[in-house]
Write a protein that binds this ligand. Structure first.
Ligand code: ADP
Length: 291
């Protein structure tokens, strides 16, 4: 199966005319809560893409925010390895969405920051491990190295943006980044081509928002245009892309087919409000792919 190890949060979302500037207060509209967190969103996207069973390793607090986070994952068909913390709160995210689909997000990691090496479930039946950077980078590194040693393919979505230890990059088979994350990894805002060439990872995928995505494998670059949709909330677009990509690669798709599926899935996620609630099921994605 596919194992996702990472963050799970409860998102508090408020829509407003614009995202506040530093020091500014904006009066928004009604607040709504949605299960989110990059790890959990990607696990849901992976499960909804079907094909292979998905399991997630996550840490939650013993509080009222844990229940909706756990139920959403279970309802999507994700098997769970839950670490319960009585000394940390369930992760939360405070999201402001503007009317032109821009967003600003503050995350309080809580229990997500408490994952330990010993929490990693057995890898014997795992073919792919999908990681992000909303849990401490040391633990991401430990899990990646354990997976590599066990012959498991390692996918890393290097988000949110930060520099990475060499040891971690060396353990990654597929790296997924957006342009900002790529520039951070490259250490300069230079050209996409130069940044791509500088990364010694077997496969690098760069998401380019409404411009689509590209994959660099063995010196070959493949461009996948985005699917044209009316975007209202791009919150989980990148997560949907990563989860769907992992699911398709796990099923044995080549990178081109996997990229095409991930693009269609993430385009559909942009047409709906929320994180996990907006992630499409396989049938909807296949319908868009047939159009
Ligand atoms: P992130 O949110 O992580 O920065 P992107 O904005 O690059 O990620 O989006 C990830 C993927 O979602 C893109 O590669 C693209 O396939 C899809 N996507 C994002 N925005 C749109 C859009 N407006 N229309 C269609 N597809 C989109």
């Amino acid at each position: 199966h596919i194992l996702v190890a990472g963050s799970a949060n409860l998102d508090f979302v408020v829509r407003a005319s614009h995202v506040p500037a530093p020091g500014e207060t904006v009066l928004g509209r009604d607040m709504a809560t949605f299960p989110g967190g990059k790890g959990a969103n990607q696990a849901v996207a992976c499960a909804r893409a079907g094909g292979m069973p998905t399991r997630m390793l996550l840490a939650l607090g013993e509080d009222a925010f844990a229940d909706p986070v756990e139920s959403s994952l279970r309802e999507a068909g994700v098997a769970l390895t839950v670490v319960r913390r009585n000394d940390a709160a369930t992760g939360t995210a405070f999201i402001c969405l503007s009317d032109d689909a821009d967003n600003a997000i503050t995350v309080a990691p809580g229990a997500n920051a408490s994952l330990r090496a010993a929490d990693l479930p057995p890898l014997a039946k795992v073919s792919h491990l999908l990681l992000q950077l909303e849990t401490p980078v040391e633990i991401v590194c430990t899990y990646a190295l354990a997976a590599r040693a066990a012959g498991v393919q390692v996918l890393l979505n290097a988000a949110p943006a930060r520099e990475l230890p060499r040891q971690l990059l060396d353990a990654v088979d597929v790296l997924v980044v957006n342009e900002g994350e790529l520039a951070t990894l490259a250490g300069h805002p230079g050209s996409l081509v130069a940044a791509l060439a500088g990364l010694e990872v077997p496969c690098v995928v760069v998401t380019l928002g409404a411009r689509g995505s590209l994959a660099r494998t063995n010196g070959e670059v493949h461009l996948q245009p985005a699917f044209a949709v009316k975007a209202i909330d791009t919150t989980a677009a990148g997560d949907t892309f990563c989860g769907a990509l992992a699911a398709r690669l796990g099923q044995g798709d080549g990178i081109r087919d996997a990229l095409r599926y991930a693009s269609a899935a993430s385009a559909l996620a942009c047409t709906r409000l929320g994180a996990q609630a907006s992630i499409p099921a396989r049938a909807e994605v296949e319908a868009l792919l047939r159009k």
